[in-house]
Unconditional design. Structure first.
Length: 659
């Protein structure tokens, strides 16, 4: 994608300068004596443990938090873009919400629409001239590309913001920030709530961003791809390093070695890391994947001093029983069972990963799945957004029953399941110790506190309410509760959201030591590349082993994105999958009525796709396109209304025929 933001300010002077800067949150001093400058055009990875002050630093740059001491110097007319933390439940279409990120362009487009509605052609001409000055004729197309890159299928671009669930609203906020013309872009953990496909797309977009980028991230490969500099917040100080995250680790290790910090501890860590590497070498099962893993391991060598500095390690206990064959899916159709017609739909989940409601028959996401887990398996699930990775995991867990085929599980199977909603299931107002007591009411308090201490909930932290915990601390507690159950299978669906880099490294080592089976869905390529020995690709309704490594998967994904649009349109849409007709128990006239409605629905959907494709074409926004644009917009609204009417009619007909 070409960079479209208007040119940044001068490329040489500092974009941000901190002068004897200090920052507090309440009574706690987060940063002090910070003196450094960040220059225009730099891409700076901001790193540090949870609670080091990264998000507070961003709030201070945005003027939301006053420094306790010193100053932040910014150019007078700098344009700053950041991702909003909240998204109101708006009736606005998603694409309009994203477009409004460029408030000046959006205001001119609204003026144009009002002038066209009033047939004020002088006003239309003035708006066109203003659009030309803003280089804004392709604004809608750019907004559509941002939505598409972040995983929103074309048919969802016109959906109201209020229809989207929380994770998808986070993506909308990100798209809106990327749409905003800016000289300085602040991104706080932008890969959270993204899948691997969207992360890869976002990397390419940010590489072309012409301004200055500051990004808080715990994804080391994301930082390695993007960062030109690394700002490390540690023990109240901020130190700037040149280079990406791997370069930072090596520079910091050398600095620590020169100071002779914990030399004996470093030697012990060196032996531990070598053991870690040797285990991975011994377990390599495929040549290309083994080579990919060795590249990642090579990044860790020479970083022993930094790793020795890590405050804690975690572990998963050896299971009491570890049968060879654990779970098997035989010729399984996986998906969601029939939901009552007219059931409330709730917040919208874009992909078919969320069970559709208001559907009169089961919705099949994956067909004829043959998949088995044996002791020692390390499987990473890859696949486009919404293809069914979470559906497969839920079927393995037993949360979703197969729609066809068989799920066979060993009687001694014990699953540790981390879902994307697991962190939200923690009880507000309760402590880590309380949560653990629910699992082991007869265990002694000191035993439970010792266990929590191994997960870095030490001392009084075991008694603190989770209400005040960061997202990373909540995720760590959720993983601790899973580990306490001593599972022999770990099914982990995006377990690293909010985890800091130290915790991610600790999790990778713990998973390396785990003797049971692992199925991992993650956008963290470093973690999945280290932990997983085989990959399975979930795409187009099928699950099959993928023989390549993560780089080859990224290449496959790019080639898939270059397929003709008509091929993509022919694939079943992952959102609001078209209802499946009920079993043939209805009378012939009812069946005929359903077929007629289906045919009309297909015709309307096809025409709506054509209209949306025309609206996404920048050529339509040329000087002579005003009247045609208005006609297309009106036709799009008419078709969307007709589609909704036909879907309601189909559901009503399906309900009456099955009653």
């Amino acid at each position: 994608m070409r960079a479209f933001l208007r040119a940044p300010l001068s490329a040489n002077p500092p974009m941000i300068a901190f002068r004897n800067f200090a920052l507090r949150r309440g009574e706690r001093l987060l940063l002090s004596q910070v003196d450094l400058a960040l220059h225009a055009g730099w891409r700076v990875g901001v790193i540090g443990r949870n609670g080091a002050g990264k998000s507070s630093l961003f709030a201070s740059i945005l003027g939301q938090l006053e420094p306790d001491q010193g100053d932040i110097d910014l150019p007078g007319k700098v344009r700053i873009a950041s991702v909003a933390q909240e998204t109101p439940s708006l009736p606005d279409p998603a694409i309009d919400f994203v477009l409004s990120g460029d408030d000046l362009l959006y205001a001119v487009m609204q003026e144009e629409a009002r002038a066209m509605a009033a047939e004020d052609w002088d006003g239309v001409a003035a708006a066109h001239q203003r659009l030309a000055e803003l280089n804004g004729y392709d604004g809608t197309a750019r907004a559509g590309k941002l939505l598409h890159g972040l995983g929103f299928p074309p048919e969802t671009h016109g959906k109201p913001v209020s229809d989207f669930s929380g994770g998808w609203r986070v993506r909308l906020n990100l798209a809106r920030a990327l749409m905003m013309p800016s000289d300085l872009l602040l991104l706080d953990e932008p890969t959270n709530h993204l899948d691997l496909d969207a992360v890869l797309w976002l990397e390419q977009w940010l590489l072309k961003y012409p301004g200055t980028l500051l990004m808080i991230s715990h994804d080391r490969e994301f930082l390695d791809v993007l960062s030109t500099h690394t700002l490390h917040l540690h023990e109240g100080r901020a130190k700037l390093y040149t280079g990406d995250y791997t370069s930072f680790e090596r520079q910091r290790s050398e600095h620590l070695r020169q100071q002779q910090i914990a030399h004996e501890k470093e030697q012990a860590e060196r032996a531990h890391l070598q053991s870690f590497i040797d285990r991975f070498k011994a377990k390599a099962s495929k040549a290309r994947q083994a080579q990919s893993r060795m590249k990642r391991l090579a990044k860790l060598q020479g970083t022993e001093a930094v790793r020795a500095e890590r405050a804690f390690r975690i572990s998963f206990a050896e299971p009491a029983k570890l049968p060879h064959s654990l779970i098997r899916l035989n010729h399984v159709d996986a998906g969601y069972p029939a939901a009552p017609v007219g059931a409330p739909s709730g917040a919208m989940g874009i992909a078919a990963e969320a069970a559709p409601t208001g559907v009169a028959a089961p919705t099949v996401i994956l067909r004829d799945v043959g998949f088995g887990l044996e002791a020692g398996d390390r499987i990473g699930l890859l696949g486009p957004n919404g293809a069914g990775k979470s559906t497969l995991v839920k079927t393995l867990v037993g949360e979703l029953a197969p729609l066809a085929g068989e799920r066979a599980a060993h009687p001694d199977l014990r699953i540790g399941y981390f879902a994307q909603h697991t962190v939200e299931s923690l009880h507000e107002g309760q402590s880590p110790l309380w949560h653990l007591k629910q699992l082991a009411p007869d265990a002694g308090e000191q035993v439970l506190r010792n266990f929590l201490g191994r997960w870095n909930f030490v001392g009084d932290r075991a008694f603190e309410s989770v209400d005040g915990f960061s997202g990373g601390e909540r995720a760590r507690l959720a993983l601790a509760l899973i580990a306490y159950r001593e599972p022999n299978v770990l099914l982990l669906d995006e377990p690293t959201n909010h985890l800091d880099l130290d915790m991610r490294e600790a999790l990778a080592e713990a998973l390396a030591d785990f003797p049971g089976a692992i199925v991992l869905v993650s956008h963290d390529r470093h973690l999945i590349g280290l932990v997983c020995e085989t990959f399975w690709r979930v795409a187009d309704g099928h699950v099959e082993e993928f023989s390549g490594d993560l780089d080859e998967y990224a290449a496959w994904l790019r080639s898939r994105g270059n397929e003709p649009k008509k091929a993509a349109a022919a694939k079943p849409a992952p959102v609001a999958a078209r209802p499946v007709a009920p079993p043939p128990r209805q009378d012939p006239s009812a069946a005929r009525r359903l077929r007629q409605l289906e045919e009309k629905l297909e015709q309307v959907q096809a025409e709506l796709s054509r209209v949306e494709a025309q609206l996404a074409d920048p050529a339509i926004y040329g000087n002579d396109g005003g009247i045609e644009l208005a006609q297309l917009g009106q036709r799009q609204a008419e078709l969307a209304a007709e589609q909704a009417r036909l879907e309601e009619a189909w559901l009503a007909a399906a309900e009456s025929s099955s009653s």
